[in-house]
Write a protein that binds this ligand. Structure first.
Ligand code: 16G
Ligand code: ZN
Length: 548
């Protein structure tokens, strides 16, 4: 083992030398920054991924992507054996290893090996995938050179969406019970479940039409949806646009752009009556939208998706008369109307966690069936082992009335259609299309299940975002206390007003979310809160301006 360590140190000091001493943190979605600053981190993460694999005695996944961020950025995140995010204590190891000097790399590796009592003679295996950023190819080689220092097995899947990588990792570590750990295995599993759920029902029941226009953010999802189409037997008519052939990744398109700007992406021909869907760059977020006959833009974000899914699952559970606890996990960014629809109209439990997939996912495991969605369109459904058993038994119980068995069979097939490892644009899209088809709804009918309370999301640049400390659910500031007092005073002036401030985990800014009874009130309140953030929170650059 000593020889490989010598090689590690040599490479760390030469080819993968750390060029800047700026601190970089393993944040909510791994390391993310300018691609040019990531080479040494990739190499070091190659080393860490092997340690993690030996420690867990399982295949570990690694995704090279910066999701919805601009094309010149990149990032890396590690995926644990069941396709879940890396455990928190290893996030600390990752940050530590990324930030030490070149000559300290070996010391930190040894420290991790000792602290976690890792047997270095254990086998290890890494699954690697990347998005379609030009920088991803060289960053992947740097990563693999780290992996090779420890002579580990690995499989490089090349370009894949983030959720596909999570899927193959989970398949591999469940001895393929979850599915075949290949790209084709993924399409086959989803395609088969989707077609089974469509059954022999007409392709256009009620208001539903199978035509769908996809804004793929010029990301890796575009090619994958085209490949998936071969497995859908023309049941969906998907036109893939912003497919990367001439546009720039995430530039004025994609789920993040559409949600944060609340406007149409470029590159799409718009037609009243059509249903549109946007993925983000690595295809783990999804939002829908349409324009009505007055050319007004309507967004159906993660909240609307969560509500649709909750309604469908609740109806199926009612039909089966199954006593399974269904819950919906959202964040502070979820619209007040969505929370009200889920808890009051549907009678489904709502829980709120901090931002970041790992928090929502974790909370969702507390239910028999846990739905989780961030308003930005990242989410999925997870079924407990108990729920899967109960559903399977009900589906196969010939003594039960046929309608109960049919509903339970649908639930069984949904388990296969849903990527339980992580939010997945492709799987979520197929789920939403299944539900709309089953209800005979068009996008307008779905949109009208409730009306969003008017809201806005702004950002303020400050000197030091780390001074902003929030309560667990992120709805209030603990510090600066003076700022929270000022916000309380402002909010009290508005009926149905709500506003909270939180430091972004991915950008050097503070986010301000505001809701109120009318858009005009939202603008006033949001502006007033942004000004307080700027004044009390040491804003830098231009003062906030009131939006028109
Ligand atoms: C990351 C998170 C996403 C969260 C977003 C918040 C993962 C895989 N992704 O993209 O869940 O909504 O950060 O960004 O955890 P912010 O901290 O800048 O508001
Ligand atoms: Zn993403």
């Amino acid at each position: 083992m000593d020889t490989s360590f010598a090689h590690v140190t040599e490479l760390a000091k030469t080819k993968y030398h750390r060029k800047s001493d700026r601190y970089i943190n393993y944040g909510t979605a791994g390391f993310r920054t300018k691609a040019a600053d990531l080479t040494h981190i990739m190499f070091r993460m190659g080393l860490l991924a092997v340690l993690r694999s030996k420690y867990k005695k399982a295949t570990i996944g690694v995704m090279i992507t910066a999701s919805h961020n601009p094309v010149e950025d990149n990032g890396i995140k590690l995926v644990d054996p069941m396709g879940e995010m890396l455990a928190a204590n290893w996030e600390h190891y990752a940050s530590e290893l990324a930030n030490v000097t070149d000559s300290e790399v070996k010391t930190v590796l040894n420290k991790i090996i000792q602290e976690a009592t890792i047997d270095m003679s254990e086998k290890s295996n890494i699954f690697l995938a990347r998005d379609n950023r030009p920088s991803s190819v060289t960053l992947a080689s740097a990563f693999l050179e780290g992996v090779s220092c420890f002579k580990s097995h690995f499989h490089d899947f090349g370009e894949m969406t983030t959720p596909m990588l999570h899927y193959v990792v989970r398949c591999e570590n469940t001895q393929k019970r979850y599915g075949k750990p290949t790209e084709d295995g993924y399409y086959e599993k989803l395609g088969e479940a989707f077609l089974k759920l469509r059954g022999s029902k007409p392709s256009c029941p009620g208001l539903y039409k199978p035509r769908l226009i996809l804004d793929a953010a010029n990301g890796v999802g575009a090619e994958k949806v085209c490949l998936l189409k071969h497995h859908l037997n023309d049941a969906l008519d998907i036109e893939v646009l912003n497919d990367g052939s001439d546009g720039i990744l995430n530039h004025e398109c994609g789920a993040d752009f559409v949600k944060t700007r609340q406007k149409l992406p470029t590159g799409l021909p718009l037609k009243v009556g059509d249903r549109y869907v946007s993925f983000d760059g690595d295809a783990d977020r999804i939002v829908y939208f349409y324009i009505d006959k007055n050319s007004k833009f309507h967004l159906l974000d993660g909240d609307k998706i969560a509500c649709l899914v909750a309604k469908y699952l609740k109806d199926l559970l009612n039909t089966c008369e199954l006593d399974l606890k269904l819950g919906n996990v959202l964040t502070a960014y979820s619209n007040g109307s969505a929370k009200e629809y889920i808890s009051k109209t549907l009678g489904v439990d709502v829980a709120c966690t901090p931002t970041g997939v790992k928090h929502l996912h974790h909370k969702a495991t507390e239910y028999d069936i846990g739905i989780y969605f961030e308003a930005n369109g990242h989410g999925t459904v997870i079924f407990s082992g108990h729920a899967e058993d109960v559903i399977l038994n009900t589906a196969g119980n010939t003594e039960l009335p046929i309608e109960k068995r049919v509903a339970a069979q649908k639930l069984c097939t949904l388990v296969d259609l849903i990527n339980q490892a992580v939010g997945d644009s492709i799987s979520d899209m197929l789920l939403i299309e299944t539900i709309l088809h089953s209800l005979g709804w068009d996008v307008e009918k779905w949109s009208n299940i409730y009306q969003d309370r008017p809201y806005s999301l702004c950002q303020v640049k400050v000197k030091d975002k780390s001074i902003f400390k929030t309560t667990f659910d992120e709805q209030r500031l603990i510090e600066p206390k003076e700022l929270q007092d000022a916000i309380d005073e402002l909010v009290a002036k508005y009926t149905e007003g709500r506003s909270f401030v939180r430091a972004s985990g991915t950008e050097d800014i503070v986010r301000v979310y505001t809701e109120a009874k009318s858009l005009d009130e939202v603008k006033q309140l949001s502006f007033a809160v942004c000004e307080k953030v700027y004044d009390i929170g040491h804003g830098v650059g231009d003062r906030p301006v009131r939006s028109a």
